[in-house]
Design a protein around this ligand. Sequence first.
Ligand code: CA
Length: 231
Amino acid sequence: MNILLIEDEQRIADFVCAGFREQNFVVEHCLDGNDGYTRASQGAYDVIVLDIMLPGRDGLSILKGLRQIGNATPVILLTARNELGDRIDGLNLGADDYLAKPFFVEELIARIHAMLRRISGERQNVLAVGNLKLDRITREVAWAGQSVDLTGREFNLIEYLMRSPGRVFTRTQILEHVWGYDFDPSTNVVDVCIQRIRKKISSLDKGELEASPIESVRGVGYRFHKPGEGA
Ligand code: CA
């Protein structure tokens, strides 16, 4: 699960990030509203946890902006005790839930699970592109009907690329989303992980089907092959 946390109080961010990582959530954190909006509008997150009072751009404006561009990522607002008006505005603007400060991180995590369960009834949990099929709930992956045994990291990587077929992601973007913390950008963990996924898939189809669903884009990064486009 990829979460974007937009929260300017470092102390709150620290305990939230620690709680999320204990749950094996991948969390990206930003302290500023402008930066937060940019990341929220460009990234592929499962959930955005959004503070209201932020430097740069406030949370309600970020939420409004995201919904206006058609970004439907579930949003939980973090509100101060006396911001009842803001909570109502937030729900009207398309927030999925809110939590008043102070809160326990366990409650935030429980709210996220409840919210995703609610939404999962409405949202597609099976991604299928070309020969690859991926179930985000059971975490099963199949290539042309045959089960592919991926590690958690490999699953998260292929899911990240597969959500935007044809879009090129840099190694740094993949590193940030799948590994979730600052790695040395010169590390080759992304390439190694992609090689492992390709090997697992190619061992199943013995060259009979199309090439690997993950394409290298020279000098840039990787993308998930979009059926109908040349390899
Ligand atoms: Ca704040």
